[in-house]
Design a protein around this ligand. Structure first.
Ligand code: FE
Length: 249
């Protein structure tokens, strides 16, 4: 089963949540859309990311963490799986909870930076692949995140935006390191939310994390394969990379 995803359709289906969409398309859930409880932090506890690289990325073929939810046909690189499973070049990007702060109809833009921000500037780059290893041109990525104080803009569109991959499936997001916020009694590690889909894929809802965040270890939702590769430039800019592998519909 495949379909051609247009931006309007993406924005519409995204509003319904990943589980609804993936269920409708292929009968495959994307994990629980568990809502994050607890109040937001009134203030940041500092930006994350020391710049040290070495965390596991999610490039095609990267192994996921034990116990993480699976989407579509994972398995060994190049494996076609069993029982007529979809062709795959490796494990697809792990889904992660949507959380309560997604808003549909974000602006189309790749630069989320706000004038005067005190956040650590971040440049995230990567490529979107289908589970058959083919780069996905025209795939849509819809990002949303907290500001440097850990607050989401639920009234407007600050630090929200969607973009389309280029002819080689590449994307670039210019933003800041999100502030952490309280989830119950503990802070969630810094993270960026994203919904991603391309022609012939299911909708993936997930989150990207930073290496060396001290709150990674105690977080209930983090999946190691969702930790970006991050390096810090002399200017202080964090340059991150993350490749998505989307489950085929
Ligand atoms: Fe969040």
């Amino acid at each position: 089963m495949s379909f051609t995803l247009k931006r309007r359709e993406f924005l519409m289906v995204s509003a319904g949540g990943g589980a609804l969409v993936t269920g409708a398309l292929a009968g495959c859930g994307d994990g629980e859309n568990t809502r994050l409880g607890g109040p937001r932090s009134p203030a940041s506890v500092g930006s994350s990311g020391s710049g040290a690289s070495g965390a596991a990325g999610a490039s095609p073929g990267a192994a996921g963490a034990a116990g993480e939810p699976s989407v579509g046909a994972g398995g060994a690189p190049g494996s076609g799986g069993e029982g007529g499973a979809l062709p795959t070049c490796g494990r697809v990007t792990a889904p992660n909870i949507e959380g309560p702060f997604f808003k549909p109809s974000s602006p189309e833009r790749s630069d989320l930076r706000e004038v005067g921000t005190t956040g650590v500037l971040l440049e995230l780059r990567g490529t979107v692949y289908g589970a058959d290893c083919a780069p996905l041109a025209g795939a849509i990525l819809d990002f949303w995140q907290a500001d440097e104080t850990g607050a989401y803009d639920n009234a407007g569109s600050t630090y929200r935006g969607h973009q389309t991959t280029d002819a080689q499936g590449r994307y670039t997001l210019l933003s800041i390191v999100p502030g952490r916020y309280l989830n119950g009694a503990t802070y969630r590690p810094a993270h960026i939310h994203v919904k991603a889909a391309g022609a012939g894929t299911m909708l993936l809802t997930t989150q990207l994390y930073f290496p060396d965040d001290p709150y990674n270890a105690g977080d209930a939702f983090i999946v190691p394969s969702l930790i970006m590769d991050v390096t810090e430039q002399a200017s202080g800019l964090l340059v991150a990379s993350f490749d998505f592998v989307l489950p085929l519909a």
